[in-house]
Design a binder for this molecule. Sequence first.
Ligand SMILES: [Zn+2]
Length: 294
Amino acid sequence: MRTPDSAARAPAAGQARFVHDPDGFARLVEGAQAAIGRLPGGVVGVAPHSLRAVTEGELAAVSRLGDGPVHIHIAEQTAEVDACLAWSGRRPVDWLLHHAEVDGRWCLVHATHMTAGETRALAASGAVAGLCPVTEANLGDGVFPGADYLAAGGRFGVGSDSNVRIDAAEELRLLEYSQRLTARARNVLAGGPGRSTGADLYRGALAGGAQALGVADDGLAEGAAADIVALDAGHPDLAGRSGDQILDSYVFAAGSGAVRDVWRFGRRVVAEGRHTARDAVEARYRTALAGLLA
Ligand SMILES: [Zn+2]
């Protein structure tokens, strides 16, 4: 899609292969909708990458393709905010909330740089903030206004974005620790005094993540998808822990090293801490990487 903040900046040579016109993009979405018929629980959403990648008309057209999730990266860095102010007179999140029908289908990825008014307005929209604390730290982007956003009832999920690390616990830990460092306070994102920060972070991200994916968050219930993560009860970081303390130890200490088994739609994909296709996946990864670096 063409760039917006100018309606004119041409894609760089390396970006050109990712660029589509709206008709071409609509065909891609149709093809994806046909292809997911073979996938259990498949959902098709659209992601017009960023405000820098679409015009207002393209954004409206793309967000009307299907009724799945709409994801957009926004307000990640201050230079983007400055550029948006220069071309539109509004900050990115403010611009989006005024020019698109942002609702519960939407996931605003990053949304790092918001005023207090934008923070409240995003929370009120029902959209999900798709936070990527590890990436945002790695890139030196800034800190999401988490305390104000949650106080306003905002919904959030976490994602890996740049894939520099893939670890759900690490994302949640860094989300909380970034708030502590800026607020000089503890347990900032817990839902109240005496509550488990790990459990509140985990459950909040689970609900917001499910919403952003366009799937139900039914938990362990009859008729629900058997999506289950089992932690290793013998992991030393979980010793002596019970109830929500287990989630505190998973988020703030053990991390992905404590994940023992994972079932997706009832199929065991991680067994004894190892993905069942690990050897084949790793071999293909090494081959692909060697080809890319050659
Ligand atoms: Zn991003």
